[in-house]
Design a protein. Structure first.
Length: 129
């Protein structure tokens, strides 16, 4: 399973339209997301920033995204939602939303607590004041 987090800005002049669209997401769009092995998808709003999170349960993320991007109903949906959004200028690829890098994740209790390699490791001698 792959966890995916993304962000984009919401254009103030389209805020109400975007919220109304997402109050009743088309069943065909939801079905296409399921066919693309996407689960637990949610979009959150803070000020003018949209944050999306989903879990991918397939074997070929890029192929499943390409299938989703080719879906006619999803494309019609995006023709309504894309104008409501303002991509970050440094998003780095041709997709509308900027994918974020996961820097930490709390797994299930009793799971592997081995630190992942990274630029910083915690100081084992530190304790809260």
């Amino acid at each position: 399973m792959k966890r995916v987090a993304q962000t984009i800005r919401l254009r103030a002049e389209h805020r109400q339209e975007y919220l109304e669209l997402h109050a009743a997401v088309w069943p065909g769009v939801e079905a296409a997301l399921h066919r693309a092995q996407i689960r637990n998808f949610g979009i959150f709003l803070g000020g003018d920033v949209l944050f999306a999170y989903f879990e991918y349960h397939g074997d070929d993320f890029e192929a499943d995204l390409a299938t989703l991007e080719a879906d006619p109903e999803t494309r019609r949906w995006w023709k309504l939602t894309d104008p409501c959004q303002e991509p970050w200028p440094d998003r780095g690829d041709s997709r509308q939303w900027t994918e974020l890098t996961e820097i930490w994740h709390l797994g299930p209790p009793g799971g592997d607590t081995t630190a992942r390699p990274g630029p910083r490791q915690p100081d084992p001698t530190w304790s809260p004041p």
